[in-house]
Design a protein around this ligand. Structure first.
Ligand SMILES: [Zn+2]
Length: 332
């Protein structure tokens, strides 16, 4: 029996600088089949788009279905991009991408409607619909990795902003005249609380002769890389330098969150990304009192949830599937 469009599965995809991940997702949010391959970004847009198409086809095959069974595709992509037109303007992670009509090209190749948005927005939507913020009306996502990204869901819909640039929480200025940020400006949340900032401050401490168990942990690793796993281990062991440096990032994230609560008053703040994934609840615990302290309205303040993300690597994929379903429903 042929299924109606709104019952048919959709494909959720997440395309980043290193890998492409696709999954067939049914209406309840269950993943029926997945596929993954390297992006090979250096090969340029034509090759990457073909690789995305193949990843979709493989995921569909894995789930025992055919393309005709699929209602549409949602995909996360690096920005800046225009989700309404489906165009990626340009992106530092993908050489050669200049005004590429990604959604249109994939639609042409695969024969179903395609919708794109940035991966952090979709990760937030995924956590909202199927993860840590399930059941809320308004939620904000903060993803702490190399940089800090964010997403804003209001009344169940992603808020993209009129220039499609809402929720850039990583570049809200938290410490005026503070350290330089990857964006070239100073004192952004990203410059004081991201993984990059944590690593910079740790290395400065080590260079100044501070004792830390990190020194031995990275001694025999290539490039003396400080992994999230090493950070977690040292933090749990109570290493003073690591505790101090992470404490600084927690303090600034607390301030960032209080600014967000004062503006949006959401029910849930979902925190994800490499640092949060490695450290979990124990990283979030010191953030809450700082966040709450700086909110104007103290009524029920501790009912504003600040929780770790639940969907891990699948957040953007699942959010992309939810996004595609919302867009398809609106088209009718
Ligand atoms: Zn910045």
């Amino acid at each position: 029996v042929a299924k109606k469009t709104d019952e048919k599965p959709v494909v959720g995809m997440d395309m980043g600088g290193t890998k492409i991940l696709a999954g067939v997702v049914d209406e309840s949010g269950k993943i029926l089949g997945t596929s993954k391959r390297p992006t090979k970004a250096h090969a340029g847009p034509d090759e990457v788009i073909e690789r995305m198409a193949k990843t979709v086809e493989e995921a569909v095959k894995q789930s025992g279905l055919e393309m005709k069974d699929i209602a549409g595709i949602g995909s996360g992509a690096p920005g800046p991009l225009d989700p309404d037109q489906g165009i990626i303007w340009h992106t530092p992670n993908l050489p050669g991408w200049e005004s590429v009509p990604l959604a249109g090209r994939l639609k042409e190749r695969l024969g179903v409607p395609v919708f794109i948005d940035n991966d952090v927005n979709l990760g937030t939507l995924g956590e909202f619909a199927l993860g840590a913020a399930r059941g809320a009306r308004d939620a904000v996502g903060i993803f702490v990795g190399t940089g800090i990204g964010g997403g804003l869901v209001l009344d169940g819909q992603l808020r993209q902003g009129w220039r499609k640039n809402a929720a850039e929480v990583g570049h809200m200025v938290i410490l005026a005249e503070g350290p330089y940020c990857g964006c070239g400006k100073r004192g952004c949340a990203e410059s004081v609380a991201s993984r990059t900032a944590i690593e910079r401050d740790l290395r400065a401490g080590l260079k100044a002769g501070r004792k830390s168990m990190i020194t031995d942990m990275i001694k025999n690793t290539p490039g003396e890389r400080i992994t999230s796993g090493a950070l977690a281990e040292a933090y749990i062991a109570g290493d003073p330098l690591v505790t101090e440096v992470l404490g600084r990032s927690q303090y600034y994230l607390g301030l960032l969150i209080s600014a967000i609560i004062n503006l949006v008053d959401p029910e849930v703040i979902v925190m994800g990304g490499g640092v949060v994934e490695a450290l979990g609840e124990r990283y979030l615990e010191p953030i809450r009192p700082v966040a709450y302290q700086h909110c104007l309205n103290q009524m029920n303040i501790e009912d504003v949830k600040i929780v770790p993300a639940k969907l891990g690597d699948n957040a953007a994929l699942l959010g992309a599937a939810v996004y595609a379903r919302q867009k398809l429903a609106k088209k009718k």
